[in-house]
Design a protein around this ligand. Structure first.
Ligand code: ATP
Length: 222
């Protein structure tokens, strides 16, 4: 069973990594793939170039043998649609169960994802709880359609039994860390130490990224 955890990872932090590890262990995954996007379809361009975000991820996953960085979205031109990524993984194995991990914040907008219904044909959806977002993805009352209820799996064994098509919610330790907070700290000349791996911070310092743009980060609204 393969987990797929996509994001901008601008930069990767302990919120991503701890979540990925807890999902790996509670579902008994053989491998968790962290997939940095090139051009995110639903948000502004990342601050750091793809190669640097990839390098930060490589440094972050080095201690964990079950984690792998998958750079295929960085090699594709145009918007990084998760559908294309999963279709490409599915072409490598028709039968391996694929588990797409998304935060309960992202579940709310899932129906606007490119070919979202076909995503459910390619992979299972594993929804992890994010602070402030109920597991149905709806603090604001927008519940996902009946598809989410109809596809609910009771446990990880159900995910192992088929290549995709089910939805499982997964409780993880709540770490209220975001990449935008980290970029904001750096832009103000403050330290984000202990919110992210030391090796990632060393890369950030060497590359001199995120050191400016306090106003821009404030304008991004978080
Ligand atoms: P930004 O602050 O720039 O919006 P982010 O920290 O939310 O970034 P992304 O790379 O956009 O990180 O997130 C990728 C995935 O990781 C999403 O599915 C998101 O829900 C999840 N995620 C991000 N931060 C956390 C966290 N602290 N705990 C659990 N999941 C997280």
């Amino acid at each position: 069973v393969i987990g797929v955890f996509g994001g901008t990872f601008d930069p990767v932090h302990h919120g991503h990594l701890r979540t990925a590890l807890e999902v790996t262990e509670s579902l008994g995954l053989d491998e968790m793939r962290l997939v940095p996007c090139s051009v995110p379809p639903h948000r502004g361009r990342p601050r750091a170039p793809g190669a640097l975000r990839l390098g930060m991820l490589e440094a972050a996953v080095a201690p964990e043998p079950r984690f792998r960085v998958d750079g295929r979205e960085l090699q594709r031109p145009g918007p990084s649609y998760m559908y294309d990524t999963l279709a490409s993984m599915r072409s490598e194995s028709a039968t391996v169960p694929l588990c797409l991990v998304i935060g309960s914040d992202a579940l709310r907008g899932f129906e606007s994802w490119h070919r979202w219904e076909e995503i459910l044909d390619l992979a299972h959806l594993v929804v992890v709880h994010r602070p402030g977002w109920e597991l149905d993805g709806s603090p604001a009352g927008a519940t996902p359609g009946t598809w989410a209820r109809d596809r609910r799996a009771r446990d990880a064994a159900e995910l192992r039994a088929s290549p995709g098509g089910r939805l499982l919610t997964c409780q993880v330790t709540q770490l209220d860390i975001s990449a935008s907070t980290i970029r904001g700290l750096l832009a103000q000349g403050r330290s984000p130490r202990y919110l992210l791996p030391e090796a990632v911070l060393a890369i950030i310092r060497d590359a001199g990224i995120y050191a400016t743009g306090a106003a821009e980060e404030a304008a991004r609204g978080r």
